[in-house]
Design a protein around this ligand. Structure first.
Ligand SMILES: NC(=O)c1ccc[n+]([C@@H]2O[C@H](COP(=O)([O-])OP(=O)(O)OC[C@H]3O[C@@H](n4cnc5c(N)ncnc54)[C@H](O)[C@@H]3O)[C@@H](O)[C@H]2O)c1
Length: 444
């Protein structure tokens, strides 16, 4: 049964939500599409040339969705660390989009500087889908080059990367570039309808959210004799925390984004987390944890909870459970079910198109000037930093405040990239954190 919200509640809630956007250090723009002024548009009679940076599974998927979004899209340049990944991605798309994958040898770029070479091509838009460690550097260069951007989640793996993106996002705004983040549930129509009702008071004030991302481990790639340390880590990047941010940032950030969405993108005051590594044993499983449990504490007194686990043979779950002063809301991200119970009960009955396609359909409409400029920066960076805070707290064994995470000088990973030796950092032990900054200081 669905009960309509009274009309006056919409106005009241919209005001409260707008007020929330100014809280915290991330007030760089607006948060929900469509919004803002139009971007630098590509006219309807011209092709939109796309550059793909990071030609793996998601990059190939995103480029495919871009090609489907607008008949004028042409995949024009590609870049990857490894030629085999680029070749397989290109072959996959050439088979589906004859004539619109226009990437001759001269526009296929390989290596750590491939991103800059793609950006030097005459492309209008770029897809940033490497492991997230590289995202801040690639975003900086893409903004400097004046390209529209689709960037996958998470957008950074440490506070240093978050600050870098926030700075560059201001320039992207000045240049009227579209910036879309890959928090794809924001483009899922049932979820949008549900969270819109939440923001408009369907369950009253949201006092608690519990979200889960409990799943099996991701696949690993056994080491080949000819691979250097760096190549081996890059090919197993999800399992090395400098590349992925650990699975709380790499994968579970979607469920943390749902908490953030429910709380109208207002950042929490602090995170208190537990975590550990109970069953990961092989070298390919790198140095990440296999479970985290985080409590986010908000200035309004509310508390939100997140659990994530990557273990085989366990119960899996990906749901959000919201508690409000007037009701509850249940969202199952892996299934169709979402319902609001309480004073204004509701279930979704509309269409449910592929959310990844909705992302690109909306982005390319904005690039054509048919809808307002897309700027996902506030929401995507709040959710990214919340995930990083959770990891920082679990690794260190102490609470981490929002500003501490945002201002943190921690920078994960080596300063220079080369296919050579790269020792695996030890697994963090709460109370005795091993950090890249400490390692570099010891080596200097
Ligand atoms: N939104 C979603 O549902 C979703 C789903 C899957 C992945 N993702 C995100 O997409 C990103 C990519 O994930 P994936 O599953 O495609 O991984 P992948 O391993 O399949 O692809 C990553 C690609 O980047 C390349 N690469 C690595 N370092 C590079 C560098 N410095 N320069 C250029 N290329 C480099 C790799 O060789 C590989 O081809 C990650 O951030 C991941 O979290 C999002």
């Amino acid at each position: 049964m669905t009960t309509d919200l009274p009309s006056d509640i919409w106005t009241r809630r919209t005001f409260v939500r707008g007020a929330g956007l100014t809280v915290g250090a991330l007030a760089t723009g607006c948060t929900t599409a469509p919004r803002g002024a139009t971007s630098v548009a590509v006219p309807a009679d011209q092709p939109i040339r796309v550059g793909l940076i990071g030609c793996g599974g998601r990059g190939t998927g995103a480029a495919t969705q871009a090609l489907r979004a607008d008949p004028g899209v042409v995949l024009y340049a590609m870049g990857d660390a490894f030629p085999d990944r680029l070749t397989s991605s290109q072959g996959h798309m050439e088979g589906q989009f004859a004539g619109r994958v226009d990437v001759p040898e001269s526009r296929r770029h390989i290596g750590f500087d491939a991103f800059q070479k793609v950006l030097n091509e005459d492309v209008d838009m770029v897809i940033l889908t490497t492991p997230p460690h590289f995202r801040p550097e690639h975003f900086k260069a893409a903004v400097a080059a004046g390209k529209h951007i689709f960037m996958e989640k998470p957008m950074a793996v440490d506070g240093t990367g978050v600050r870098s993106i926030l700075d560059d996002a201001k320039i992207a705004k000045q240049k009227s570039l579209n910036v879309m983040g890959g928090f794809c549930w924001r483009y899922n129509l049932p979820n949008r309808a549900c969270y819109e009702r939440i923001h408009n008071g369907a369950i009253g004030d949201v006092t608690c959210v519990h979200s889960t991302y409990l799943t099996a481990p991701l696949g690993t790639k056994p080491r080949q004799e000819e691979w250097s340390d760096m190549e081996w880590q890059l090919r197993n990047w999800q399992h090395f925390n400098w590349l992925s941010g650990d699975h709380i940032a790499e994968q579970a950030c979607h469920a943390i984004d749902k908490i953030n969405w429910a709380k109208s993108d207002v950042p929490p005051a602090k995170a208190i987390a537990l975590g550990g590594r109970q069953m990961r044993e092989t070298p390919e499983s790198g140095n990440i944890y296999d479970h985290f449990s985080v409590m986010y504490v908000y200035d309004d007194g509310s508390r939100c909870f997140h659990d994530c686990r990557q273990m085989p043979g366990c119960w899996n779950d990906n749901t959000e459970y919201l508690v409000g002063t007037n009701g509850t809301c249940y969202v199952n991200s892996w299934g169709p079910e979402q319902r609001i119970e309480g004073r204004y009960p509701w279930t979704y009955e509309g269409p449910n198109p592929n959310m990844y396609q909705v992302e690109h359909d909306e982005l390319f409409e904005a690039i054509r000037g048919k809808r307002a400029r897309i700027d996902d920066v506030d929401q995507m960076m709040t959710s990214t930093l919340m995930s990083i805070m959770g990891r920082m707290s679990a690794y260190s064994g102490r609470p981490v405040e929002w500003n501490e995470a945002l201002e943190s000088e921690e920078r994960l990973g080596p300063v220079q990239y080369a296919l050579g030796d790269l020792p695996t950092m030890p697994v963090s032990v709460p109370g005795a954190v091993a950090s890249w900054n400490e390692l570099r200081t010891a080596e200097a």
